[in-house]
Design a protein. Structure first.
Length: 381
């Protein structure tokens, strides 16, 4: 009797777990049709196939390519949704992560920031960057480094070092070799971005994730949104709110990053003041630029009736007319400051421009090239 029960149990276990006892033999592509308004979108969906014998029919299961969490910044609607899910609905962090399309750690960290009464210390000064470099060379853990730098979360120090201070990591455009290697490693490891970054050797885990999610993910539609897609997006936002993962399921040919960015672009366009700029507005804009630098969000708040992109575009026109020569002139003190930042950050012009306040990454890079050319010519003579 016991032997018969044991044989029956083993047979049932083998049938239920036969998918895990065999290795994947191939990946087939199945063609599906998605309709958006009057436009038909044809997609190829990857299907992972398993079989116990050569003559067995293939059985579709979960997609082979992993889904990536959204790593874009939290907006006001995202913060409201996070607080509602956690405080009012008492959801678990796993449920919140699935609902918002973000990792558990990012949701938890953002929630702690929103709930913290004391001001958060997330920005790094030049002295803190130098100390961070020294602590990393000493071989300390990120938890110990965060304590010594008085930072609230260890991952803040890790991201700061890997994205900004680690000179081995490349910056700028990805090469074809890097793209093909990332796709190969994703098929090998899945969504284990730390392993992928270590084997790639030239990029951080965050860079690999964003590159795959925004560019390399298979069957991802790129380019501008059509009118039908904008209408569908607005309807889905009315239905789901800022639940980008749910909207992504309805618009599977677009990533959550694309959907989120497009929605806020449409929202920005709706709020725009389309009246021409007056001379009083331009004078106020120049004064705010001298006060805040390239902090366009702060400038837009002070302007009241203009968006951040409008302020940035209008200031570039004022620059072309030569109205910002006094503010944007390079002095000996600014050249020395630029030299110090380049010694610390290398060729990471985005971070350097944030320290230089008034100058864009391109302006900082062009000025540094001029300075190096002058030094080389002076040394040669």
């Amino acid at each position: 009797m016991k032997l018969c029960c044991w044989i029956q149990w083993m047979t049932t276990w083998k049938i239920r777990n036969s998918r895990f006892l065999t290795t994947p033999k191939r990946i087939v592509l199945s063609r599906t049709e998605n309709s958006v308004g009057t436009r038909q979108l044809t997609q190829l969906k990857p299907v992972c196939c398993f079989s116990k014998a050569k003559n067995d029919e293939t059985k579709p299961c979960t997609p082979f390519f992993p889904r990536c969490w959204s790593y874009t910044r939290f907006h006001k609607l995202d913060d409201e949704q996070l607080l509602r899910l956690r405080d009012e609905e008492q959801r678990t962090w796993s449920e919140i992560s699935t609902e918002m399309g973000r990792s558990i750690s990012s949701c938890l960290s953002r929630y702690q920031l929103l709930k913290s009464k004391e001001p958060t210390n997330l920005h790094f000064t030049r002295e803190e960057d130098l100390k961070l470099k020294q602590l990393v060379t000493q071989g300390l853990s990120w938890v110990e480094i965060a304590k010594q730098l008085n930072k609230p979360f260890p991952y803040v120090c890790k991201r700061r070092y890997e994205d900004t201070l680690k000179n081995e990591n490349r910056r700028g455009e990805f090469t074809e070799e890097e793209d093909s290697k990332i796709v190969e490693l994703v098929q090998k490891y899945g969504a284990k971005w730390n392993l992928i970054a270590q084997e790639l050797g030239t990029r951080t885990a965050h860079q690999c994730l964003l590159r795959y999610e925004r560019v390399l993910r298979p069957f991802l539609k790129k380019g501008a949104f059509r009118e039908e897609e904008d209408i569908l997006l607005l309807k889905l936002f009315e239905k789901y709110g800022p639940q980008w993962s749910k909207i992504e399921k309805e618009m599977s040919w677009r990533s959550s990053v694309q959907i989120r960015k497009r929605y806020y672009t449409l929202e920005d366009q709706a709020k725009r003041n389309k009246n021409p700029w007056t001379r009083e507005e331009e004078e106020k804009l120049i004064a705010l630029f001298e006060k805040y630098g390239r902090k366009w969000t702060e400038i837009a708040k002070e302007m009241g009736n203009r968006t951040a992109s409008q302020c940035m575009y209008q200031l570039s026109e004022c620059m072309e007319r030569g109205e910002l020569e006094k503010i944007l002139s390079w002095t000996r003190e600014r050249d020395q400051e630029l030299k110090e930042w380049v010694e610390l950050y290398g060729n990471h012009w985005i971070y350097i421009s944030r320290r230089m306040k008034y100058f864009s990454p391109r302006q900082c890079e062009e000025r540094w090239i001029q300075m190096t050319c002058v030094n080389n010519s002076g040394g040669g003579s």
